[in-house]
Design a protein around this ligand. Structure first.
Ligand code: URA
Length: 239
């Protein structure tokens, strides 16, 4: 792999900045100062130091994105911008996919990875990975409706939702919902089944992963080693 590509995919800098940083002596490979951006290296074997820090290479890419409104959680779309379009060019996208779906107008935590085995496990219905959403609704939700929501509702297509959790705040038209499943437009349809309407929806947790409050809408970062370890060891969630 080219050295500038390696620095780009490991998040050290953009591929275009890599050239300049390498030229100024900021990168060494196996103890020798690197001279050119197109130098060939083996990420599994070579030790790269970038501005004094050893670069950790991971076989898989794990990204947390704060999804903005109007972007679709797909790998490609003929009409709308996708969550992958928000990532910079130097990140190779061929194998990346959004782990789970958020509606076009839902905001917040989106995990993007190329680890198909992990993604499959986290999304499998039997894994019951819990997800937390901050919401606002058009009308206040009564305690009685919240109880119905928590026990499980029948959606318009006859689907019976699994027990969920709803914590009401303020005057009852906002709060936090926790689900252990992810049917199409689930929260929107659950509120509709109560004669109500979602006016704002933001995912704030996916399994053990919390939305990083330092990320502005549309911003992303690589997961930390601790976050990756938490995801890898994550079993079924509790509500
Ligand atoms: N429920 C919804 O209705 N939309 C989402 O994006 C996620 C959960």
């Amino acid at each position: 792999m080219r050295l500038d590509k390696f620095l780009g995919i490991t998040g050290c800098c953009s591929r275009s900045d890599a050239k300049r940083i390498i030229r100024s002596g900021g990168v060494s490979v196996n103890g020798s100062v690197a001279k050119s951006a197109d130098m060939s290296m083996d990420p599994d074997v070579d030790t790269v130091i970038f501005r004094g820090q050893t670069v950790v290479y991971r076989r898989y890419t794990y990204i947390m994105l704060n999804k903005p409104e109007g972007v679709v959680s797909a790998t490609e779309d003929g009409r709308d911008r996708t969550v992958l379009d928000l990532l910079p060019e130097e990140i190779p996208k061929a194998n990346l996919f959004p782990c789970g779906r958020l509606d076009k107008y839902t905001l917040g935590l989106m995990l993007i990875t190329d680890n198909g085995v992990l993604g499959h496990r986290l999304l499998a219905p039997k894994s019951h990975v819990s997800k937390e959403y901050y919401f606002r609704a058009k009308h206040p939700i009564s305690r009685e409706d919240a109880d119905r929501f928590e026990k499980g509702l029948t959606l318009e297509d006859g689907y019976e939702t699994k027990p969920a959790k709803i914590e009401l705040r303020g005057d009852g038209n906002e709060g936090v919902i926790t689900l252990v499943e992810g049917k199409y437009h689930q929260i929107k349809r659950m509120l509709e089944a109560l004669g109500n309407k979602i006016t704002y929806l933001e995912r704030i947790r996916f399994g053990p992963l919390l939305l990083d409050s330092a990320l502005e809408r549309g911003e992303w970062r690589y997961l930390t080693a601790e976050e990756i370890a938490m995801l890898e060891s994550h079993g079924s969630s509790q509500l």
